[in-house]
Design a protein around this ligand. Structure first.
Ligand SMILES: [Fe+2]
Length: 313
């Protein structure tokens, strides 16, 4: 089998990249996802690429009140079966072994679709996010601004996805907020009836399209999953316009959604990307990233870097 394959062979033709569909993958027994190896990865990643808190979060969780876990990151992984935590290791592509694995997986999809390279298939800005969660943990309702092959490796997980074209679930303002401020968005019980629910066991996965809201919960054992994400050029463009729109909204100038006023989009994109290029060299330093994050998102924006003694669960 290919490293990633759709369960229904016609899914890539019928659904990709605009609808979710189930996949199978070949990574369930890979030693890179054994807990001792993940402890090594925790030690190697920059601290601000590691986020963790209590798994006892609400579906509709305010990120300002999420209960923390008073343990070091390595201890969280060592004790994941019992410590009641939710953890994500971000940007695992910074590590060569994980980067090779991500590229290998996406290349198998690209070649299966007749493309010779990741670039030809539109798989740009490839990133990996490794999730390690205790039993009965919840990932709150949120929106991610990238496409994602969600690969499930250990335990049992329930993945709940909602249509992103339904503005009663996520308004334009909510979508802007999710990309510029915080990924978590409000959940209403009325959304329950619109849920597409997937039960994932090791070897299973799901394609999560760009900005489709979702929340996740683990079952009765610890869980390990990998999000393999990428951004096409169109997605990068849309994200940049949404970021700029969010800033304009914050100064009292709400904007039409991307695509509604194409000429205005071009102008906004030029300004945003000029600013991005000017600040890019500074972002290599973790301290500068913290300061920029605080300027853009407010004083509490670096909350996830603290171990959280003040709000231990
Ligand atoms: Fe997500």
């Amino acid at each position: 089998m290919n490293i990633i394959e759709p369960v229904d062979a016609s899914s890539f033709d019928k659904a990709f990249p605009i609808q979710p569909f189930t996949i199978r993958h070949a990574f369930a027994g890979n030693p890179l996802f054994a807990l001792p190896r993940i402890v090594d990865l925790v030690r190697e990643l920059p601290r601000d690429q590691i986020e963790y808190n209590s798994g006892k979060a609400e579906i509709d969780q305010d990120p300002n009140t999420v209960p923390f876990i008073d343990l070091k990151p390595e201890e969280v992984v060592h004790r994941i079966e019992t410590c009641g935590a939710w953890m994500v290791l971000k940007r695992v592509e910074m590590h060569p072994a994980y980067r090779a694995l991500l590229h290998e997986a996406l290349l198998s999809v690209a070649r299966g679709r007749g493309n010779a390279s990741l670039r030809e298939a539109g798989f740009e800005d490839v990133r990996g996010f490794l999730f390690v969660s205790s039993p009965n943990s919840t990932t709150p309702f949120h929106i991610d601004s990238e496409d994602n092959f969600f690969i499930h490796i250990h335990g049992e997980k329930f993945f709940n996805i909602y249509d992103n074209s339904d503005r009663s679930i996520a308004s334009e303002e909510t979508i802007e907020h999710s990309i510029a401020k915080h990924r978590n968005v409000s959940y209403d019980k009325k959304f329950d009836a619109k849920c597409m629910a997937y039960r994932l066991l090791p070897g299973d996965g799901v394609f999560v399209p760009y900005q489709w809201p979702h929340w996740v919960r683990t079952a009765n054992s610890h869980s390990i999953s990998l999000a393999i994400t990428w951004k096409t050029k169109d997605v990068q463009r849309r994200n940049d316009i949404l970021m700029f729109n969010s800033w304009l909204r914050s100064v009292g100038l709400p904007q039409p959604a991307p695509g509604k006023r194409p000429a205005l989009d071009v102008a906004k994109l030029a300004v945003f990307r000029t600013l991005q290029v000017a600040t890019a060299p500074l972002r290599k330093f973790e301290t500068v990233r913290r300061v920029l994050r605080a300027i853009a998102l407010g004083r509490r924006a670096n909350y996830f870097i603290n171990t959280g003694k003040a709000r231990a669960a």
